[in-house]
Design a protein around this ligand. Structure first.
Ligand SMILES: [Zn+2]
Length: 414
């Protein structure tokens, strides 16, 4: 077997020929050329006349053991009638990449399943480089149809880097997958989404579930005026939970000022009991709750308000939910608990969109469900320094993409 043929088998890419093989330090360099005869445009892939030849460059390919394999080729530029003068397409690499497709797919595959230290060590490249690779791989694999025919979507923000930066995530409720993500959490961010899907697709949207953040509403009202906005019930309930906590903190302060450190301490420790779901409480926690009921009536009232708001969302009929919410609002406004008076004001403002949950039963639960995975991804993507790479990781790990790196087949014992 000739050494060039051997190298071709070793490289394992069908559509190239090896013309020469040599070593540079610890790297095996294979001089290659595409197996097709006429050069093709890297933009559109069509055959195009050559323009000029560029100096030789090298692409990093998957190594064998500790041996690195590099492919070397002097590409030409083509004059494409559609795209202009461009570098030619090569069958072993994606456009503008110095890594082979096999190498990039392996990097993406490893990033899906393991942590950044391992990926960087196995492949011998910096983690930041892995970020760029993932962006390219994801761009090539994303289903272009994912933004067509959207009917019911969920919009949510995700904060990373200690809550200083945000990305906005759009999910398709019907297909249960992430379909879009962009940097930021403002109306402008969501405008970018609408610009991408186009006016026709926006007109077909029926329902959007969102948290009560102002930015998204503005963009929805502008870009999809017919869409029914549904406020995510868990974000609404969180308003009540936050209000309970505020009442608790106010009481701790009052007790401290009134020189009753013991009472302050007891209440300070009750946070978890007050915010937990009723049915998750242990017998000991029930006792603490009972103690609050006995000694701290306002705090117990706050607790009941929080629980009753949750109960409104458990109603199955729109009419009864509406009635219950009206009663709740009256109660909260007269509760003499300032945080709840404020919550009642907010809820009254958005009553219709909050009650829309009862009929649609849609929440941002999917994105919330992705949350722990997102946290892990954000930690891994920390070294990427760009939202683009984080979004790439997001699609890679939660977007239902299939990555097929070249892996050895099952072991044959012979
Ligand atoms: Zn072209």
């Amino acid at each position: 077997m000739r050494i060039t043929k051997f190298a071709r088998v070793l490289i394992g890419i069908a559509s190239l020929f090896v013309t020469d093989v040599f070593f540079v330090d610890t790297c095996l360099v294979a001089r290659v050329r595409p197996s097709w005869r006429q050069p093709r445009c890297a933009c559109c892939g069509k055959i195009a006349p050559g323009y000029d030849r560029r100096p030789a460059r090298r692409w990093v390919h998957l190594g064998v053991g500790a041996l690195r394999i590099l492919l070397e080729y002097a590409p030409c530029r083509v004059h494409c009638p559609d795209c202009g003068v461009h570098i030619e397409k090569v069958p072993w690499a994606r456009r503008d990449s110095r890594f082979t497709i096999d190498f990039e797919d392996m990097a993406a595959y490893l990033a899906q399943i393991t942590n950044k230290t391992e990926v960087a060590a196995i492949l011998g490249i910096a983690w930041a480089t892995v970020g760029n690779i993932i962006e390219r791989v994801v761009a090539g694999k994303l289903d272009p149809e994912r933004l067509a025919d959207l009917k019911r979507i969920g919009i949510d923000e995700f904060s990373y880097r200690r809550r200083h930066r945000y990305i906005t995530i759009v999910v398709d409720h019907d297909k249960q997958r992430i379909v879009w993500a962009g940097e930021g959490n403002s109306a402008n961010t969501l405008d970018t989404f609408f610009a991408e899907i186009g006016e026709d697709a926006a007109a077909k949207l029926e329902i959007a579930t969102i948290d009560m953040a102002g930015g998204y509403i503005k963009s929805l009202e502008k870009n999809a005026p017919n869409v029914q906005i549904v406020f995510d019930r868990f974000h609404v309930q969180k308003l009540a939970s936050d209000a309970v906590d505020q009442v608790r903190r106010d009481m701790v302060r009052q007790y401290r000022e009134g020189d009753d450190p013991d009472a302050a301490k007891t209440i300070k420790r009750s946070r978890f009991v007050l915010l937990k779901n009723r049915w998750d409480l242990s017998p000991k926690e029930w006792d603490r709750l009972a103690a609050i009921q006995e000694h701290n009536a306002p705090l117990y009232r706050a607790y009941l308000l929080k629980e009753s708001l949750a109960a409104v969302f458990e109603e199955t009929r729109a009419s009864s939910a509406k009635r219950e919410l009206a009663r709740w609002l009256k109660w909260a406004s007269r509760s003499k608990l300032k945080p709840f008076v404020r919550v009642a004001r907010t809820i009254r403002q958005h009553k219709e969109r909050i009650l829309a949950y009862i009929e649609t039963r849609l929440t941002n639960g999917i994105t919330e469900g992705f949350n722990s995975k997102l946290r892990m991804i954000a930690r891994r993507a920390f070294g990427f320094h760009s939202a683009g790479a984080l979004i790439g990781m997001l699609f890679l790990c939660c977007g239902g993409l299939t990555i097929d790196p070249p892996l050895p087949g099952p072991w044959c014992p012979w």
